[in-house]
Design a binder for this molecule. Structure first.
Ligand SMILES: [Zn+2]
Length: 702
């Protein structure tokens, strides 16, 4: 939205005069193959000369305002202090300080805060996403690189500087610990190098103890936040530790009072009790923005002292990660992945290459008794960021973690990130070292859609209670490769009616059914923002469909339609406890009815991104005859349903429907029991989504 994206490079003047030299040292340590002969001696000299590179990123989540404000306090102290310790930090480190990873959001939150200051709504979150498209999910984009901020940060900072330490400053809720620091709780994604796990464990624990020594209270480590997904941790696959800090929030900039007895347990600790990973206890009281920035700046300076005092050790660790990454693979070890040309070959390879992975295009070749045609891509593991490629190309086996009562422990985010499945690109792991034939320069097709679709008679429902899936849906349709025109319609617009005069298609993105229906509670937000779609809106939507409209419902929004329109469909997993059915963000297998127009551009078997998703069964005893419901996709009866991630209670959904079309009057409702455009990553199921919202549109012209 045209805001500037700022980074300050902070170090001693003599270091600032030689930044190119320090970048070169980083490059050589990151990829020891470039050192040539006499490696040990060269490394010794580089370790003696290099500086610890520390990237401090603030404000990716714009309502966590203490973070962006702390960047100014940190910069001021670094630039003005005469304290010998600060001068020492400046001599030994190069600090890259980003005051906001989401500059647009700073304005969105500030404008809303100013507007509501002194009203009953002071301190509430804005009634819109604090990023043009993806809201909080901007911190789930560190391997898919869909958003412009992610691209800038990766291209211009990470890939240029390869920081040894990334300090990512966040805020958490108001009632837990005052501060979280690493180590992360289990599980840790298996491709994160052991040296980095050791690094964040050592540094996080050290910072926590430093702060305790300074009198800070309520500090936890090894709780709540896991290290499973590369979506939050680019550095874990690029030689650097990620030191997440999460400080308790006020209400934006408005102070709050927390009573001791209001403090609530989170995963791994109880803020009312000292334990091995929590303490000392914070007794409650007032909590100001100034408390937030005090914790943040103290933590940042503790981190910088460690980075400075252990400069050589940080460089040594960084070098060891690189050395292990590039070592030649032995026979029987995973050597390479071979990727077959397919529709989404281009986008997948673009991701790998942006992540620093070298992809080879050797032309036709033969390995393991199999012939691979011209256009095949090969990703070898023995390269600096081979672990990044491996994490994204292999399937995830999320551990079955349970609490003391045997209940499943929810992951912090989702459990799967297998791009070949999400994008529908066939991939073969190769365990035999082989020599690649003469390399060819060109590669497979890139994003190759074209502008298409009808005019803007397509609407996306936009609740005042922001839904990230709504933002992702807009992003997918706006993306240049597809450019499917659309407009937004809010609660008021739906209640007003005459929908069929304005729209052919209305999409309701993934959101809790009761939030869609009721929106914000009366009194919690300004009156014009409360109330949701409401009964009036439901009536208008029904009229819209009966008169020929298409209503497309994504994931949990399908439950909204089932309930409100009394559809002849039942969600067979509704209300089941996690111990009986649980799918917290996983890739499942579906089969499709190739004869149905919605599946026209799909293979017979594909994937579904399931996340708190319904699964359907057609009902015969409702008002609407069962014959009006058509199953388009279903979970296989005789095959493994889970492809990647974690799924409990697979038997409950075997043979059940994942995509259903219900005709009503002259129109239809299309119920997706999954997210077909998940975070702009599940390209494999875009054709289903596009057929639903723009029949006949060809996303991949040949
Ligand atoms: Zn955050």
């Amino acid at each position: 939205m045209d805001a500037p994206f700022v980074m300050a490079t902070i170090s001693a003047p003599e270091n600032l005069a030689r930044l190119d030299e320090y970048r070169k040292i980083q490059e050589l340590l990151a990829d020891p193959r470039k050192l040539g002969s006499n490696r040990d001696e060269k490394v010794r000299r580089l370790l003696a000369r290099g500086k610890t590179i520390v990237l401090i990123t603030c404000g990716i989540h714009s309502s966590e305002v203490g973070s962006t404000l702390s960047s100014m306090l940190i910069a001021h102290q670094l630039a003005s202090s005469t304290d010998p310790e600060v001068r020492q930090i400046l001599r030994n480190t190069i600090i890259l300080l980003v005051p906001s990873l989401n500059p647009d959001g700073v304005d969105i939150v500030k404008n809303w805060y100013d507007k509501t200051l002194g009203t009953p709504y002071e301190g509430t979150d804005p009634p819109e996403l604090y990023h043009k498209y993806v809201g909080h999910d901007n911190n789930r984009d560190w391997y898919a690189f869909t958003q412009v901020e992610t691209k800038i940060t990766v291209d211009k900072i990470h890939n240029v500087w390869h920081p040894q330490i990334v300090h990512d400053i966040h805020q958490q809720g108001t009632l837990g610990s005052r501060l979280f620091l690493p180590p992360y709780m289990q599980p840790v994604e298996p491709n994160v190098p052991q040296q980095l796990v050791a690094g964040y464990t050592e540094l996080g624990n050290w910072m926590a103890n430093e702060l305790r020594g300074q009198g800070f209270q309520g500090i936890t480590t090894n709780s709540t936040y896991d290290a499973w997904t590369p979506a939050r941790a680019y550095s874990h696959y690029h030689g650097g530790v990620r030191i997440l800090s999460e400080t308790a929030s006020a209400r934006i900039a408005t102070p709050i009072t927390v009573k001791f007895e209001e403090l609530r347990s989170r995963e791994g600790y109880d803020p009312q009790k000292v334990s091995q990973n929590f303490g000392p206890v914070w007794r409650g009281g007032e909590w100001h923005l100034k408390d937030v920035t005090n914790y943040m700046t103290a933590a940042a300076f503790a981190l910088l002292r460690h980075a400075s005092d252990h400069r050589e050790q940080w460089l040594q660790r960084f070098y060891e990660v690189g050395r292990e990454a590039v070592r030649p693979r032995r026979k029987g070890e995973l050597f390479a992945f071979v990727l077959h040309p397919a529709d989404n070959f281009g986008p997948l390879l673009e991701i790998l290459e942006r992540g620093g992975v070298k992809v080879d295009y050797p032309g036709a070749f033969r390995v393991g008794g199999r012939r691979y045609p011209q256009g095949t891509a090969v990703v070898r593991l023995g390269q600096p960021y081979g672990a990044f490629a491996k994490a994204l190309l292999e399937r995830q086996h999320y551990p079955d973690l349970r609490n003391a009562e045997g209940q499943p422990l929810p992951p912090y985010d989702v459990t799967a990130h297998t791009l070949p499945l999400l994008m529908g690109v066939p991939v073969v792991p190769i365990f035999t070292p082989f020599r690649l034939p003469r390399p060819l320069p060109e590669r497979g097709e890139g994003w190759n859609g074209g502008c298409g679709g009808a005019a803007d008679r397509r609407a996306i429902y936009k609740s005042h209670s922001p839904s990230m899936d709504e933002g992702w849906t807009r992003w997918v349709l706006d993306n240049q490769a597809w450019c499917l025109f659309h407009v937004s319609v809010n609660d008021h617009g739906l209640r007003q009616g005459k929908l069929q005069e304005k729209f052919d298609t209305i999409i309701i993105p993934d959101q809790e059914p009761r939030t869609i229906l009721n929106g914000f509670r009366k009194g919690s937000m300004p009156p014009e923002l409360t109330g949701g779609i409401g009964e009036e809106g439901v009536k208008e939507l029904r009229k819209f469909v009966e008169q020929g409209g298409t209503l497309v419902l994504l994931n949990r929004a399908s439950d909204f339609a089932i309930e409100q329109f009394k559809l002849p469909v039942r969600n067979v997993v509704a209300g089941l406890p996690r111990s009986e059915f649980y799918v917290p963000g996983s890739i499942l297998r579906i089969e499709l009815d190739a004869a149905h127009p919605l599946a026209a551009r799909m293979p017979k078997s594909s994937i579904a991104w399931a996340e708190d998703s319904p699964a359907f069964e057609i009902q015969t005893d409702g008002e609407i005859p069962a014959s009006q419901a058509h199953v388009v996709a279903w979970y296989p009866r005789d095959q493994e349903v889970l492809l990647s991630g974690w799924l409990l209670g697979a038997d409950r959904i075997k043979g059940k429907a994942a995509l259903v079309e219900v005709t009503l009057g002259k129109g239809r409702m299309i119920l997706f029991g999954f997210r077909p455009q998940y975070r702009a990553q599940s390209l494999a199921t875009y054709p289903l989504f596009f057929q639903a919202i723009a029949p006949g549109y060809r996303p991949w012209p040949r």
